[in-house]
Design a protein. Structure first.
Length: 244
């Protein structure tokens, strides 16, 4: 029994150390997203469907649900966001799940493995991780795609946003990660950070579309519970008033 308790204690103590060891080489930056900012969510959706949807699906989300939540009409969805077709050759319907046309076998041949679905990435990794990762690509001739990532070593993903950000190089020494821009992109650093923040915001919405509504409802639930507790206390006092 003592050995079992000691083993459990060692595992609990070692867990934070293991988590740190498995963490990114580069500290995470704060995303500071705002899921109540509909304009940001719309921009993030447009960037995602322009740069990411070719490889990454968000198959737990439907087009029309996204449209309803982001204030987009069915015509806007068809024109700006739906890029796939069904088996008959017609444009994918607005009520369909958001999938990609790329076949898993082709993705494995081109990139080494199929690109993951990003429906729950914000919940799995966190928004700070997404925000930092999309800003942490750097040139690396040893990688098949010519780039690596400061917080996801040996990533198979190319830097699809390079035209916007430009190129970075790792100038750190002795295994340290220190990124320095070596080629300018179309956007300034501040502008690119806003683009990434919008994409992160959109992925946070995809992973938890009712979060804002749930948090707003939670305030009223807590107020009700507080009021009910007060009423229950008064009722208890009334019942026990004549009990000695």
């Amino acid at each position: 029994m003592k050995k079992t308790i000691a083993l459990v204690f060692m595992m609990v103590c070692a867990a934070p150390v293991a988590a740190l060891a498995a963490g990114p080489a580069k500290p995470l930056d704060r995303a500071n997203i705002d899921m109540t900012d509909t304009a940001s969510l719309q921009r993030g959706a447009e960037y995602f469907f322009q740069y990411c949807i070719g490889c990454h699906s968000i198959q737990f989300k439907r087009y029309n649900r996204m449209g309803n939540d982001l204030g987009l009409s069915d015509d806007q969805l068809r024109e700006r966001f739906i890029h796939t077709r069904d088996q008959s050759g017609d444009q994918t319907g607005v009520g369909e799940l958001i999938k990609i046309a790329m076949k898993p076998d082709d993705a494995e041949e081109w990139f080494g493995q199929p690109a993951p679905d990003l429906s729950l990435t914000a919940r799995l990794r966190g928004t700070d991780w997404i925000y930092t990762m999309l800003r942490s690509f750097y040139l690396d001739d040893s990688r098949p795609m010519g780039v690596n990532n400061a917080i996801f070593e040996a990533m198979s993903m190319p830097h699809v946003l390079w035209e916007l950000q430009g190129w970075q190089a790792n100038v750190g020494e002795d295994g340290d990660i220190k990124l320095e821009k070596v080629a300018e992109g179309k956007l300034t650093t501040e502008e690119y950070n806003e683009v990434v923040r919008d994409i992160t915001n959109f992925l946070a919405y995809v992973a938890d579309p009712v979060k804002v509504e749930r948090h707003e409802l939670g305030k009223w639930v807590l107020l009700f519970l507080a009021f009910f507790t007060f009423v229950a206390y008064l009722l208890k006092k009334e019942y026990w008033r004549d009990v000695h």
